[in-house]
Design a protein around this ligand. Structure first.
Ligand SMILES: O=P(O)(O)OC[C@H]1O[C@H](O)[C@H](O)[C@@H](O)[C@@H]1O
Length: 299
């Protein structure tokens, strides 16, 4: 689909250079979507939602104010997709962290408006020759982004090859918060987790999670619903086909060494949904996996 600007019944979608939105930014193309229900920004690189504001509300997502938006570099914030593996590749640790689709352009496939004024935008990705060189599996991915008063991401991945394909992934959401002090995450109580700050040692989460320093925890097979309890609002994350929950904030000390985070570490928490570690999938030839995640504001 080739697009500069699209006027729908009650929505407008424009393709704009990112530098027209953020000063000092590079040259990536961004979709600016305005509907009666929300305003959203989506980068074609990575099919990455960068911003989602339900009408009259603050952004649910955090985007680094230090982000440079250079083509080929992962964008810090919004909802990057980690695909076709999450984190360090467990078979070949020297491969790029979080796979290779977040740094590449996806194809804008379709834009449609529903009768209720929601906007549905879909993107496609297929690996290049260079991608197949490091991950020799013919697959295709489709991401459909539903912009209503809530935000829903539907990610489907299909194995088009004739060999079983290992697949892990995450929808790596950065949620905007008013601060970390007293901020709680519910929906993880009683679950076991792998602590990525302690060589993936296994512990049990006795109560709600609080952000008292560096946090990097993997909850396998959890699914359900998580809720970030901020002072003025709650953010609710739910999904299906994305049973692994990863919770991450680098904390002050680690953030100092991250050029695109630095002093801004306390403005966000990542609550990611995907299938990773024990939830990693083995897609048979012709098999497809669908993951759906919804994020919504509640008071
Ligand atoms: O810096 P990135 O490659 O985007 O990764 C950012 C973070 O992603 C996930 O949350 C991992 O669990 C963390 O260990 C990692 O630091």
């Amino acid at each position: 689909m080739v697009l500069d600007a699209l006027e729908l019944v009650s929505a407008t979608v424009k393709l704009v250079p990112v530098r027209s939105l953020f000063t000092g930014a590079g040259d990536l193309p961004i979709l600016e979507c305005t509907t009666a229900k929300c305003r959203a920004l989506i980068s074609l690189q990575g099919a990455q939602v960068l911003s989602f504001c339900p009408t009259g509300e603050d952004d649910l997502l955090w985007l680094s104010p230090l982000e440079s938006f250079e083509p080929g570099k992962a964008i810090r914030g919004g909802i990057p997709l980690c695909l076709p593996w999450f984190g360090v590749n467990r078979r070949e640790p020297e491969l790029p962290k979080h796979g290779f689709t977040r740094n590449q352009s996806w194809v804008l496939d379709n834009i449609a408006e529903s009768a209720d004024g929601s906007l549905e935008i879909s993107f496609l990705f297929q690996p290049s020759e260079a991608d197949l060189h490091i991950f020799p599996y013919f697959f295709s991915a489709q991401l459909t982004i539903l912009l209503g008063s809530e935000l829903t991401l539907s990610l489907s991945v299909r194995n088009n090859g004739d060999e079983t394909m290992p697949l892990s992934f995450a929808m790596h959401s950065y949620f905007a918060v008013s601060g970390l002090s007293g901020l709680g995450l519910n929906g993880v109580e009683g679950a076991e987790y792998l602590d990525n700050c302690q060589q993936l040692e296994r512990f049990t989460q006795d109560e709600a999670l609080y952000f008292t320093g560096e946090i990097d925890r993997v909850y396998e097979g959890l699914s359900g619903q998580q809720c970030i309890n901020d002072t003025q609002r709650n953010i609710v994350i739910s999904g299906r086909g994305c049973d692994t929950v990863v919770v991450w904030n680098p904390g002050e000390a680690l953030a100092k060494d991250m050029a695109d985070v630095g002093p801004h570490f306390s403005e966000y928490v990542c609550v990611e949904r995907g299938m990773a570690f024990a939830d990693e999938l083995q897609l048979a030839p012709g098999q497809q996996h669908l993951a759906v995640m919804t994020v919504a504001q509640a008071r």
